[in-house]
Design a protein around this ligand. Structure first.
Ligand code: GTP
Length: 209
């Protein structure tokens, strides 16, 4: 057996695959924590405004059959935390910028986040997400306007409802599929350690709970 093959096999056995870092940003109250909660726990419930940032793990299965360990950083949207957010999106392979389709100010906020990102992180896969699409009868940001902005800025665009669960997995799957792979971040086996971590987190969802 070649030395590299041996090392990769060992990594699989010892669960030493590196995680792929993703980050979710956007104004306060747009549903960032709820989107992650839906993706990681498949649940929706009461949330408290985030303080600082905290991370969550999930394994995503790619269309090739490989698995990728995602480390998803949830950041606080409140103005007082804005200056620390770049610490979390720097080095991220994928960044999700969320706004609330019923809140035009949050769409303007997303535009500002996209502008900030262009000066800090230009290699990540970026996705704009219009959340709360279960409230589409009171939407103030049209699908067309959001999509045009996304196209102009090379962003993926999804509309989601963390409440109903629609389109949430699709964001993470699509980003993961687009992230360049290497042997340290994917593997054919499931990750027992992360499954345990997820279960432990289930009743203790976020840092500030
Ligand atoms: P910060 O932590 O302050 O940055 O907020 P956040 O962006 O993480 O928002 P959070 O997930 O805490 O959700 C804010 C509010 O919006 C909560 O009352 C959620 O229940 C609600 N909410 C989140 N997603 C949805 C959704 O898809 N539909 C509806 N109707 N409400 C949602």
């Amino acid at each position: 057996m070649k030395e590299n093959q041996f090392i990769n096999q060992k990594k699989d056995i010892l669960n030493l695959r590196k995680s792929t870092k993703l980050c979710i940003i956007g104004d306060s109250n747009v549903g960032k924590t709820s989107i992650i909660k839906r993706y990681v726990d498949n649940s929706f419930g009461q949330t408290e405004p985030s303080i600082g940032a905290c991370n969550h793990k999930r394994v995503v299965k790619l269309s090739s059959g490989e698995e990728m360990d995602l480390e998803i950083w949830d950041t606080a949207g409140q103005e007082r935390f804005k200056s620390i957010v770049p610490m979390y999106y720097k080095g991220s392979k994928g960044i999700i910028i969320v706004f609330d389709i019923t809140n035009t100010a949050s769409f303007d906020g997303a535009k500002t986040w996209v502008k900030d990102l262009s000066s800090h992180n230009n290699t990540a896969i970026l996705s704009l997400v219009g959340n709360k699409c279960d409230l589409s009868d009171i939407r103030t940001v049209s699908f067309e306007n959001a999509k045009i902005f996304a196209n102009q800025n090379n962003l993926l665009y999804f509309e989601t409802s963390a409440k109903e669960g629609s389109n949430v997995s699709e964001i993470f799957f699509t980003i993961a599929e687009k992230i360049p792979r290497n042997k340290d971040t994917t593997g054919a086996k499931g990750l027992k350690v992360d499954e345990v971590t997820m279960k432990q987190r289930k009743n203790n969802y976020c840092c500030n709970n």
